[in-house]
Design a protein around this ligand. Structure first.
Ligand SMILES: [Zn+2]
Length: 427
């Protein structure tokens, strides 16, 4: 293989996949409650759940809201509520510390195992499920992603003197002292992420990964309007979406698509995004440990990829272990070569290929066409079996009914023209 081409491809595939988790991820992970049937909190009505209603009532609080964010914001602005804030903080720690991950393989296990040590998971959640999952899946492999806790966490500690962090009750590797609890940051408007050294370090790790990221997945996080500071940091690291035309942005959320697009539009380059309501439809579940390899093969090599080694919600631990063992051993064997990404060989396909030159005055038509294709794809008209693939003649007047979009490769197109390859199913 040509060395230069190998270097470029290898570089792209080795870039990080960044996964950002919000409260919706925990809700999706334990929809029927935790191991003991305990539900994860929602911000509304949380004060009652913590048994804080009477204490809060006695402070003559002005807000009529029962939302933790509103109540905390007011308390934190008053000098006479320091003690109450401490009680609230302790109650929140007690509440979340009790949450326990169910025994069967959980979405949190799958998220961690779907990534490699070049990747990072950054979470806004205080609950201990991610750490609990990390501890048990590290018995399957120790090639796992970094973790970052953007709002602190109830079971993570830190040594301020040596800037080391870890699960509680572990000790600092330098001084042998137990880690201190880390601060919990509350969902209020001015969080000051740079004030606490532990939180600052975690944000720094996320920023660094985001700058180099090839794939970004946002799962159940929807704070953009209330968390202006977080969004500003993310946006600064990601840069402007127009410069991110090779990268892919993926969102897993049960909210309406329109609302999601509105929140994340500054991060999304025209067509390079996917939205899934269910984790098991995401790249993480379909291409575990191969997400960046698949992205490159699909968009740059125009290969057709079928998810053959994927996670399934009903998997037993034994099945999970078998799958991960096979992927990890391939990673070890293929250290100096590309990892396979379950490519369906093009020879197996009935396929007509033709590449068509794009004239400058067709650029608008091309954009419209791609928009239409993606729209069809999003509205689920489409099956997943890649058959009857052809390149579409975009200069022709003939109307095609698109039934599947396999890949769109427009990286060679600019205002002077160029060529575009569209891989689609149609009738
Ligand atoms: Zn120390």
């Amino acid at each position: 293989m040509n060395t230069e081409i190998f270097e470029v491809e290898n570089f792209m595939k080795s870039r990080p996949h960044v996964v950002i988790l919000g409260a919706g991820a925990t809700v999706a992970a334990i929809p029927h409650g935790d191991k003991n049937g305990k539900k994860s909190s929602v911000m509304d009505g949380f004060i009652e759940k913590l048994g804080m209603s009477d204490i809060i009532k006695n402070t003559n609080i002005q807000t009529k809201s029962n939302n933790l964010e509103d109540i905390y914001t007011e308390l934190s602005e008053r000098d006479d509520c320091v003690e109450i804030i401490n009680i609230l903080d302790q109650k929140i720690r007690d509440y979340f510390s009790e949450l326990a991950i169910p025994d069967n393989p959980n979405i949190y296990d799958f998220i961690i195992l779907s990534l490699r040590n070049k990747d990072i998971i950054a979470t806004f959640n205080w609950d201990p499920l991610l750490i609990q999952a990390y501890n048990r899946v590290s018995q399957i492999t120790n090639n796992l992603p970094d973790l970052a806790f953007l709002h602190g966490n109830v079971c993570v500690g830190y040594c301020r003197n040596h800037k080391q962090g870890g699960a509680i009750p572990n000790k600092c590797g330098e001084c042998g002292e137990y880690f201190d609890h880390v601060k919990l940051l509350y969902p209020i408007k001015n969080k000051k992420y740079s004030e606490d050294p532990y939180i600052k370090d975690n944000w720094k790790a996320l920023r660094n990964a985001l700058k180099r990221a090839y794939y970004v997945t946002i799962f159940g996080y929807s704070a953009p309007t209330t968390d202006a500071e977080a969004i500003a940091i993310l946006q600064e690291a990601w840069g402007i979406s127009e410069e991110r035309n090779f990268e892919q942005f993926e969102i897993i959320d049960i909210k309406e698509e329109k609302e999601i697009i509105k929140s994340w539009s500054p991060f999304i380059h025209t067509h390079h995004y996917d939205i899934h309501k269910n984790f098991f439809d995401s790249s993480l579940a379909n291409y575990p440990r191969r997400t960046t390899d698949v992205l490159f093969d699909r968009t740059m090599n125009c290969k057709i990829i079928n998810p053959l080694r994927k996670f399934d919600p009903s998997m037993s631990w034994e099945e999970v272990k078998d799958l991960i063992d096979s992927l990890v051993s391939e990673e070890t064997d293929q250290k100096d070569n590309f990892l396979s990404s379950d490519i369906v060989h093009q020879d197996d396909m009935p396929m007509v290929t033709k590449t068509l030159p794009v004239q400058p005055n067709n650029k608008f038509t091309l954009d419209k066409l791609i928009e239409k294709l993606l729209d069809a794809k999003k509205h689920g008209v489409l099956g997943t079996d890649p058959v009857n693939i052809t390149y579409l003649n975009i200069n022709g007047d003939k109307e095609y009914k698109i039934t599947n979009v396999i890949a769109i490769n427009t990286h060679e197109v600019d205002e002077r023209g160029g060529s575009v390859t569209l891989m689609i199913d149609m009738e």
